[in-house]
Design a protein around this ligand. Sequence first.
Ligand code: SIN
Length: 289
Amino acid sequence: MAAVLDLKLHPFGVFGAEVKEIDLARVTHVEIDAIKHAWYRHDVLLFRNQRLTDDDLLSFSRHFGALDSPPNQGAGRKSPPGYAEVYIVSNVLDDKGEPIGALGDGEAAWHTDMSYAPLPPDASMLYSLEIPAQGGDTWFSSMKVALARMPRELVGRIRGLDIKHDGTYDSGGNARKGLTATNDPRTSVGTPHPVIIEHPVSGEPALYLGRRRNAYVMGLELAESERLLDEIWSYVDSAVYRHRWALGDVVLWDNRTTMHRRDAFNAKARRVMHRTQVKGSAAPRRARA
Ligand code: SIN
C-alpha cells in the first residue's frame, strides 16, 4: 500500500481534528489521500484561513465523489446563480426581501443531512463567508461514541431495528417547500434505515438517527416508539465538538457517523455559508453483530 502523507493534524478530543497548512484551492492528490485517511479516522475536519471561489469549493468537494443538489428546505433550494450544487445557508435577504439562503437565524436541531432519502449524502462541508460576532456556532456529535457509550443491553435491543427518517421538516422546524406539515411519523414522507449502521470504508459501527422530530421505530406502537427513541436520543450528545466559526473556515464532516446542530444568532447580524454535499455511495448498511 502506498505511504500516506503526514498531515499537520490537531485532534480536538475523541473525534474531530484541525488540518493545518493546507490550501484547499491548490490541494494535490497526495494531500487528498491523506485528508481522506484523516477524515475516516476523525469524522470531522477543520481547515482554517481558506480563500475559495465556488469553483474551488466544488472541485475540492468532488474529490470525495459526485455531488448532490441542495436539499429542499422551508425556503426551497437556495444556490448562487450558476452553481446548482452549492447550497447557501444564510439569514440575509435579497433586495426583494427574499432569503438568499436556508435556515434563517434560528436554531437548527440535531440532524443528519438528508437522511430521509434512500441514499443520504456521505459527506457535507460548510465554508464560512460572513459570520456574526456571536452565536451561530455549529455543533457536531459523534455517533460512533454515542453507540460505544450506550449500555450493551440497549444496543442488543435496538440492533435489528429500523428507524423511519422523516422528510417533512427541515432542521429549523419548517415544513419543506411544497410539503404539508404532519405530525404522524407513520404516514409522513421518509425512509427507514437501520438504527445501527457500519461505515462502508472503516467498517466501524455508529448510531444512525437523522432527526428526532417525526422519527418512528418501524413496527412498534407509536407510544412505544416514542419511549424507545427518547431512550436512544439520551446518548446523542455523549461526545460533541462545538465549532466557533472564523472567516474562511471549511468544515468537512462524515454524514454517516456524525450529526450536527446550530445555535441561533442575532437576527440583525449577517451569516453566509456555502455548503456542498457528496452523494451517498451506498445506502446505510446494518452493522454486523
Ligand atoms: C446545516 O445544517 O448544514 C447548517 C449548519 C450551520 O448553519 O452551521
